[in-house]
Design a protein around this ligand. Structure first.
Ligand code: 5AD
Ligand code: SF4
Length: 589
């Protein structure tokens, strides 16, 4: 955005909003909002409700002028790419920007995007000279990577902060003061509230501000609170190679895009993670190649809407043909054109290493052109597993959710996917008790669960989120106990159906990527089949079909064939037959 525009928006925010004592934070906050459609600044009505509008006029009259504001505002510089050498800000020395061997303890909450964000944040801090610790007592810096998707997720963080408080107050004077930071969605959503409510929080960094962590921590060293909640239109951390947290891991997440433009009416994500933007294909391929060289056997391509991927950075010729949406699906935003699409990316990624499994999550049902389905069907190392978040089985509720499809269109897509990819494993997300959901709507969701018979499901009670369309336009009118009762019913039906679906594997042989010891029993190993179901089997000697019949024990990262003997709604059990490769074997019944 042009700096003047930012200034004008800041002015508008100032006119409408409270005069915060930390003016620079306001400016940043306002710029953060500016990248999200329809949420430039909080509405006056809402602010009035929150009690912050009251003495606004008098404060505006006696407060600093706009010029004062501009002078004191430290507008963050455009983020340099990591290859550029940036001069330290005038008030910080190069030495202060370095980690000086301070030990960082990172804790991750929420979705896989946050797992990946943790690795990105750590990669940035490591380069600045910080050390990592897994021992809370040893930490000089504690960073929580947070989630805002539901109220409960945020409550967990508030509780955690209370637990951490004594660590700060009882810190020995002989040690450097302990610093605590909130990263990710909650930092973005609650900004001032966190800084005001929890004085123990030293730094806040929104999902697009991780490059700024060394500076924020350096400012915090002097005892000040520091925050950057600026959302970006183009930050993808393309040049930051995430550091794998566990060296023995067999699989990794690779972020291919950030943000979301869908604006489903219940969802906070577009407001906390900003506009949708795709990472350049070349940098994704480079990361996957490196992971393959490190011996990893599985990558999951990650983003809020992976199949809406669109890399416009490389193409010269901007294909004017608009996007092919799945039949019966629409979008909440203006049709986008051109760029390298998901099918191209998936094709390229899957060619890097035929022994590497490729998964992706989360897609949106609207973007499933036939070429993507065909590719999944044809390519051995692309898992035949599709996450297809339905959210509800009622067309009326789907419309209120602004999902862009009806129940009928969704079911038709499921049938088409099943015809295109025989044996495909399906998973979904559902929300119970959305605004205005009647008993009849709820039963429609129950019947969709029965009709599709998903293998894996994620079910949630609706949690109203400020700023969303549902918050502004709809009424959160389903009593909590009704939401929970409906959720319980959905879980029961999901489990019954998943058990039936998973029982069909009994007697079949599944190709399993071994992850390591089972959590429940030291004598068992655990891995996943192509459909991402957990498979448990005894850790015994077996034939190594890749090495003329040698007798070996399975190791993490090995592919083994397992004959399935029993199944529940979440797990398969069986006995191991032999060690094999992905290329040389397929599952069979
Ligand atoms: N309340 C409950 N569940 C939600 N989800 C997203 N927003 C909300 C909300 N406000 C669920 C959706 C989404 C998943 C990641 O979280 O099912 O697909
Ligand atoms: Fe939220 Fe909808 Fe975007 Fe998913 S697609 S992140 S549910 S707005």
């Amino acid at each position: 955005m042009h700096p003047l525009q930012c200034v004008l928006r800041a002015q508008r925010c100032l006119r409408r909003g409270p005069l915060a004592s930390v003016s620079w934070l306001l400016l940043r906050t306002c710029r953060a909002h500016s990248s999200v459609p329809s949420s430039e600044c909080p509405s006056p009505e809402r602010q009035q409700e929150d009690g912050v509008w009251k003495d606004f006029s008098s404060r505006l009259a006696t407060g600093p002028t706009f010029q004062d504001f501009l002078r004191s505002a430290s507008v963050p510089p455009e983020q340099p790419s990591s290859s550029e050498v940036e001069d330290p800000p005038p008030y910080l020395t190069v030495d202060e920007l370095l980690g000086r061997q301070r030990r960082v303890y990172l804790e991750t909450y929420g979705c896989q995007m946050n797992v990946n964000d943790t690795e990105i944040a750590w990669s940035i801090l490591q380069k600045s000279g910080y050390l990592r610790t897994s021992d809370l007592q040893e930490a000089d810096v504690i960073l929580l990577v947070t989630c805002s998707i539901r109220e409960k997720a945020e409550q967990t963080i508030w509780n955690r902060l209370h637990q951490l408080k004594p660590l700060k107050s009882k810190r020995l004077r002989s040690r450097v003061p302990l610093r605590i930071g909130i990263l990710g969605c909650m930092a973005e959503r609650l900004k001032e509230e966190i800084l005001n409510r929890e004085k123990m929080v030293d730094i806040l960094a929104g999902p697009d501000a991780y490059r700024d962590l060394p500076r924020l921590l350096a400012v915090a060293e002097s005892g000040q609170q520091a925050a950057n909640v600026l959302l970006s239109l183009d930050e993808t951390y393309a040049d930051v190679m995430p550091v794998q947290t566990s060296p023995s891991a067999t699989s990794a997440f690779v972020s291919i895009m950030r943000g979301c433009d869908n604006m489903c009416s219940y969802c906070i994500v577009p407001f906390t993670r900003g506009r949708e933007r795709s990472r350049p294909v070349a940098s994704i391929l480079e990361e996957v190649r490196k992971l393959s060289e490190q011996g990893l056997k599985e990558v999951t391509l990650l983003g809020q809407n992976v199949n809406s991927f669109r890399d416009n950075s490389e193409v010269q010729f901007n294909n004017a043909v608009s996007t092919n949406l799945s039949r019966g699906f629409s979008t909440n935003y203006k049709a986008k054109q051109g760029g390298l699409r998901f099918a191209h990316l998936l094709d390229q990624v899957s060619r890097i290493d035929p022994e590497m499994r490729i998964r992706f999550t989360s897609p949106h049902p609207k973007d499933f052109p036939d070429e993507v389905l065909q590719l999944i069907h044809e390519r051995d190392n692309i898992c035949k597993q599709i996450h297809l978040p339905a959210q509800s089985g009622s067309s009326r509720v789907l419309e209120a959710m602004r999902r862009g499809y009806s129940r009928e269109a969704y079911v038709e897509l499921i049938q088409h996917i099943r015809e295109s990819i025989p044996g495909v494993s399906l998973s979904s997300d559902f929300i119970a008790g959305f605004c205005g959901e009647t008993e009849e709507d709820h039963l429609q969701t129950v019947s969709l669960l029965r009709e599709v018979r998903y293998n894996i499901g994620f079910l949630f009670a609706y949690s109203m989120r400020q700023k969303t369309r549902a918050y502004h336009r709809l009424k959160d009118d389903i009593p909590e106990e009704v939401k929970l009762r409906r959720l319980e019913e959905l879980i029961t039906v999901f489990r019954e159906e998943a058990t039936k679906a998973n029982k069909s594997f009994v007697g079949c042989t599944q190709l399993v990527l071994v992850e390591g010891p089972s959590k429940r029993s030291a004598t068992d190993l655990c891995g996943r089949n192509d459909g991402n179901l957990k498979v448990i089997f005894a850790d015994v000697e077996m034939e190594d079909a890749t090495d003329s019949g040698l007798r070996v024990r399975a190791q993490p990262g090995d592919y083994v064939l397992v004959k399935i003997t029993s199944a529940s709604s979440q797990t398969l059990k069986g006995h191991v037959l032999c060690k094999t490769t992905l290329k040389d074997s397929t599952a069979y019944c």
